[in-house]
Design a protein. Structure first.
Length: 194
């Protein structure tokens, strides 16, 4: 691959990346502006100026495209000229190329590091969610067991009258006063606490 091809390829990649970014930006602005465009015309919006994001994006895209085209042409002319200049100039251009490559590699490493950190954070968050779900399930199971124990204990007192309930409460050293429901509740609480 010649130096000319290398610059040409780099310029095309840059143009492609910028085109994709601007298209995404344009689509995002259109998505945000769409709900506002559906407001009926008879609604008085005061002095709010109308703004067409599509025109702004198109203008920005044209400027960026022209800059890329100029840089592409310059890079191509520079690459063609480097084929005819002395070895010192060629080495200088190759040095610049290696600097750009080193910067790209540095950015790539930094990006990979950020992605690794994000992945680790996502894994930790997922682990926390699993842990929280397990804890919630265990708490629900424990509450269900306590409810079942309370229901079972309550069932054994359902057939007793107030006098029998009072006697049972007195045997356990509990207060023997109150309604039938209060006495049953007192006995059930005592059964469960054992």
């Amino acid at each position: 691959m010649t130096l000319t091809d290398s610059y040409t390829t780099t310029a095309r990649r840059a143009e492609s990346v910028l085109t994709d970014a601007l298209d995404s930006w344009k689509n995002g602005l259109n998505a945000l502006a769409a709900p506002l465009q559906s407001i009926p015309g008879n609604v008085n919006l005061g002095n709010i100026p109308r703004f067409d994001a599509a025109d702004a994006v198109e203008l920005q895209f044209k400027v960026v495209k022209r800059v890329v085209d100029v840089n592409y042409g310059y890079a191509r002319q520079l690459a063609e000229a480097s084929n005819t200049v002395s070895g010192a100039v060629r080495q200088h251009l190759e040095g610049l190329n290696s600097v750009v490559l080193e910067q790209l590699q540095s950015v790539s490493r930094a990006t990979q590091s950020a992605v690794d950190t994000l992945e680790e954070t996502v894994r930790d968050t997922a682990d926390d969610a699993v842990r929280m779900q397990r804890d919630a399930r265990q708490a629900a199971e424990k509450a269900e067991r306590r409810k079942a124990a309370r229901d079972a204990a309550r069932e054994q007192y359902g057939s007793l009258n107030k006098s029998e309930l009072s006697d049972e409460a007195a045997k356990r050293g509990l207060s023997k006063t109150g309604t039938v429901d209060e006495l049953i509740e007192r006995l059930v609480a005592d059964d469960i606490s054992e």
